[in-house]
Design a protein. Structure first.
Length: 330
């Protein structure tokens, strides 16, 4: 983790209490149930890069995203952005500056908008919150500029969110994120609710904006084809842990962890290469009662006795006993 990193996550852990109320547990003589959504996740993101977190639903990707931007406090570990620990005892002005520099684009933009607000007010909210313009006229000019920047007309600012399509609402969400003049944007499944053709338009817009403003992205997705188009580096998550980290080209050319290989085998083979493919068997385990040892061993074709007994931490950017012992092949 370089000192030049813009974002650093250190040993993040998040545990949720999913038990019933104390009274219900007492009457039923039931124990407390804890769900470990994220367990020991560490990574660093350099300025200007797109770092992607991928994995099946329930792997903990969105929980990590919410801890990074401060929407969820970590149970343990820390997040440092531009040298400021956002959950620590940093100076109030430092925290305010960091919060301006990071924004988030959510999976469902409509759910993150106030339906009673017109779009120009939605986009202007970060400008007013951080006092980035001197008066209402300058604020409105900035809103009009942002609307044009994401491919919408300035006159659209007088409409309500429900009057737009899903793709247009995501453009509005991007405009709102850019309004704070951020350096770092967390994108949590930003196109999963959109049609494929619209997905491509939004992704191309995000890449253009990244090149224009030097933005840094944390990109959360389960769509590997999309991640291949966007990411500089990729971290693969399984049941709350990172199991492999690699540059995007290297990960797709030579995946090392068995789970990564099976994930890539699940991508449709449009080139019809005829290569043998092996789908992932079974389902992701219950995070309330995870398997012993390596959490992937019940589904892994390379599992051995050691995998069932001992969990493996990241070593040389991969967490796998089979890889460490040379049993994973080339």
């Amino acid at each position: 983790m370089s000192a030049a990193s813009l974002v650093v996550a250190r040993d993040l852990r998040r545990v949720f209490d999913v038990s019933r109320s104390w009274l219900e547990r007492t009457l039923a003589r039931e124990r407390k149930y804890l769900l470990t959504a994220v367990d020991g996740v560490s990574f660093a993101v350099a300025p200007g890069e797109t770092f992607a977190l991928v994995g099946e639903s329930g792997s903990g990707k969105s929980t990590v995203a919410r801890m990074i931007v401060g929407l969820l406090p970590p149970t343990s570990g820390e997040v440092v952005i531009a040298g400021v620990a956002i959950a620590g005892k940093a100076h109030r002005d430092d925290l305010r500056g960091v919060r301006r520099r990071m924004q988030m684009v959510f999976q469902d933009p409509y759910a993150s908008f106030d339906p009673r607000w017109r779009v120009d007010r939605i986009v202007a909210e970060p400008i007013r919150a951080f006092a980035l313009e001197t008066d209402s006229r300058a604020t409105q000019a900035r809103v009009d500029e942002l609307m044009a920047l994401v491919g919408l007309h300035a006159a659209d600012g007088g409409r309500y969110p429900h009057e737009f399509s899903g793709g247009q609402r995501q453009r509005i969400a991007i405009a709102r994120a850019l309004a704070a003049r951020p350096d770092f944007i967390v994108c949590d499944e930003p196109t999963s609710a959109l049609d494929v053709s619209v997905q491509a338009q939004i992704l191309n817009l995000m890449r253009d904006l990244q090149e224009r403003f030097g933005l840094t992205y944390l990109f959360i997705s389960h769509n590997l084809a999309m991640v291949r188009h966007m990411a500089t580096r990729i971290a693969v998550m399984y049941l709350g842990r990172i199991v492999e980290v690699a540059p995007a080209k290297a990960l797709f050319a030579r995946p090392r962890h068995p789970y990564t290989r099976l994930l890539l085998d699940s991508v449709p083979d449009l080139a019809m290469t005829g290569r043998a493919r092996q789908p992932i068997g079974g389902e992701i385990p219950n995070p309330i009662d995870p398997p012993s040892g390596c959490a992937f061993h019940p589904r892994c074709p390379l599992a051995a006795d050691r995998c069932r007994r001992e969990a493996q931490r990241l070593v040389d950017d991969v967490a796998c006993h089979a890889v460490a012992e040379g049993r994973a092949g080339g």
